[in-house]
Design a protein around this ligand. Structure first.
Ligand code: SAH
Length: 345
């Protein structure tokens, strides 16, 4: 686990302060300041100068800086490209829904999963994010935009379950009453289907929403677009979803990117109905966002509507995701990709 003070729980901060001869109540002060988004210890005005100097020496921390900020003229979606302390960049998207401002955060720099339609994975995985680097995306998006954040989706760059321990710590931090206090019920975590990690997550019985990027009704189709399916085929994945539901009582949300001629036929929808029988589920149908480097194309409006109707007639609720920020490269990994291309040739 990272030694960065912003990745520590309040109890861990209490421990280091104790070792520095400080009273226990200081931990709450330090923790609250950090989670308010201070940029340095000098802003922690209720601590002595001496303690601030000692902390700055022993536990230095940096905050991300805005490299690019794009605001959609259509729907107010804001996309941030942040520079982390080691120079790597990650994206965060702020979406304004009627139920609250939602941030979509990245969990890794790049992604190792190799999905054929996704811009985030084109350069592979660079590294996993530390807990505080996920927290800072939420915190500094809120501070920079001036918009209070109530919801989080882990649907940006990276595979959250490939960075399991750091993501769990991030959830603990962002959920803490002395921190941002964001309710687990307002958090969604999306995975491409790492079966053992889904089981590990189920054991934690968190009240978050698990989203599974299914994108296909069977192995024949899924193998062609998602390499992870070779390790964890659809049957294993759906079994893990059933176990997840049994353990947590939480309905699974399935993401389904609609790709022209690949996974969008009525037969595909019927096969899904058959295979998901008995599993309470919700489908998010996402018309594919075209990625320059990929030959895959989005399904037609008609194909999406037919697919949705087939699922709903069969008793599975399915919504077509509104595309926000279409004018600002807002889908997964597109902005970082563009920026890296411009700067690295
Ligand atoms: N690695 C996790 C988190 C990424 S979430 C996961 O796979 O779930 C981002 C969602 O957008 C995933 O469902 C992903 O499959 C989907 N996605 C990626 N590229 C896309 C594209 N070009 N068009 C539509 N959806 C896309």
């Amino acid at each position: 686990m990272s030694q960065n003070i912003k990745s520590m729980t309040q109890a861990e901060i209490a421990q280091i302060l104790k070792e520095m001869g400080q009273p226990a109540f200081r931990a709450k002060q330090v923790y609250s300041w950090l989670h308010k988004g201070v940029t340095g210890y000098e802003q922690m005005t209720n601590l002595s100068k001496d303690l601030r100097a000692q902390l700055a020496e022993r536990y230095p921390f940096a905050v991300p800086t805005v490299v690019r900020k794009q605001e959609s003229q259509r729907d107010g979606t804001i996309k941030y490209l942040w520079r982390l302390s080691d120079g790597n960049c990650v994206e965060t998207v702020l979406m304004r829904y009627h139920y609250g401002n939602t941030v979509c955060i990245s969990s890794e720099v790049g992604c190792p999963m190799g999905c054929a339609f996704c811009a985030s994975t084109l350069g592979g995985l660079v590294r996993k994010l530390e807990p505080h680097e996920m927290l800072d995306q939420v915190l500094f998006t809120q501070i920079d935009s001036g918009l209070p954040i109530s919801h989080i989706v882990l649907m940006g760059i990276g595979e959250p379950l490939d960075n399991f321990d750091n993501v769990m710590r991030f959830l603990e931090l962002v959920n803490s009453p002395e921190g941002m206090n964001i309710s687990m019920r307002h958090i969604s975590l999306s995975t491409c289907g790492l079966v053992p990690k889904i089981d590990e997550l189920a054991k934690k019985k968190l009240q978050l929403t698990l989203s599974v990027s299914l994108h296909a009704p069977n192995d024949a189709v899924r193998n062609t677009i998602m390499p992870v399916n070779k390790a964890y085929p659809t049957e294993q994945l759906l079994d893990a979803c059933r176990r997840y539901y049994e353990q947590t009582g939480r309905r699974i949300s399935f993401e389904y990117a609609m790709i022209d001629g690949v996974n969008d036929s009525v037969e595909n929808a019927k096969e899904l109905l058959h295979r998901l029988k008995g599993l309470p589920a919700h489908f998010n149908l996402i018309p594919l966002n075209h990625v320059e480097e990929s030959p895959l194309k989005p399904s037609s409006r008609n194909a999406v509507a037919r697919f949705q109707k087939t699922l709903e007639d069969g008793g599975i609720t399915a919504t077509v995701r509104r595309t926000l920020g279409g004018d600002i490269d807002a889908s997964c990994g597109q902005l970082r990709r563009k920026y890296n291309k411009e700067h690295n040739g």
